[in-house]
Design a binder for this molecule. Sequence first.
Ligand SMILES: NC(=O)c1ccc[n+]([C@@H]2O[C@H](COP(=O)([O-])OP(=O)(O)OC[C@H]3O[C@@H](n4cnc5c(N)ncnc54)[C@H](OP(=O)(O)O)[C@@H]3O)[C@@H](O)[C@H]2O)c1
Length: 269
Amino acid sequence: MGEQVAILGAGVMGETLLSGLLRAGWSASDVVITERRPERARELADRYAVAVRENSEAAAAADTVVLVVKPQDIAGLLEEISASIRPGTLIVCIAAGISTAFVEDRLPYDVAVVRVMPNTAALVDQGMAAMSPGKHCDAAHLARARAMLEATGKVVEVAEYHQDAITAISGSGPAYIFYVVEAMIEAGVLLGLARSTSTELVVQTLYGAATMLKETGEHPTVLREQVSSPAGTTMAALRQLDDHKVRAAFLTAMEAARDRSRELSSGQA
Ligand SMILES: NC(=O)c1ccc[n+]([C@@H]2O[C@H](COP(=O)([O-])OP(=O)(O)OC[C@H]3O[C@@H](n4cnc5c(N)ncnc54)[C@H](OP(=O)(O)O)[C@@H]3O)[C@@H](O)[C@H]2O)c1
């Protein structure tokens, strides 16, 4: 039997983590889930052959407890499980805006807590997760959290005060990319291409560009310059993007996301 993981709250993100762990080779007997709605619990038990438990029972038996409920449900969940947590249990909290101190204050002992901001690309095992250690967390705890999170993509460690910036960049990031993709598809349609053709061109172009960035390790400026010949077509387009202050808009957009993340974390609506 390997390390026992309890996923408390198996909604979108909880199921993503569960399926990623199983795809990465974890045994179904090492993972248990909990869910508020019995029909959802049954659906997941049937689909993945994992055990479904009550929160306190799952928390008591696990080496690692992953909190994957909505931020507003975290306090209630911690109240439910706090008496069942054993010394040495690792808590991984995946709720946006919930600090490690918030979790630590509601649990007994000096429990190790890791805070994580994942993103939706975890669904296809290409996630980007940033984890921050709480005050009782050592290198071994972080290594355990990393081993679990790497089932659904890449993991970086950051100081907790960077979590609002992380939320703005990689947490919300896929949505900005989808937005750019939508705009480029519309442009293709404007230029007379069939929508399906335009979509295929844009999606593969995005995939190709992302693969180039990842595989060459080159700076994006270098890659962009390679396709920007003097007085050419790409420069004509890029000039328009500069004229419309698109780069500046990205900077202020992500500052706005960072600020909104701070507001939500501090409990302002
Ligand atoms: N989805 C993302 O891309 C993403 C990205 C970054 C961070 N996150 C974080 O991940 C967390 C989960 O998000 P999500 O999108 O997966 O939400 P979700 O789909 O609503 O999943 C949460 C699940 O937990 C259940 N639940 C609530 N309280 C519970 C309790 N006390 N015991 C057992 N189960 C309980 C919910 O049941 P009900 O349906 O009955 O409420 C729901 O099925 C959030 O805190 C969010 O900030 C998500």
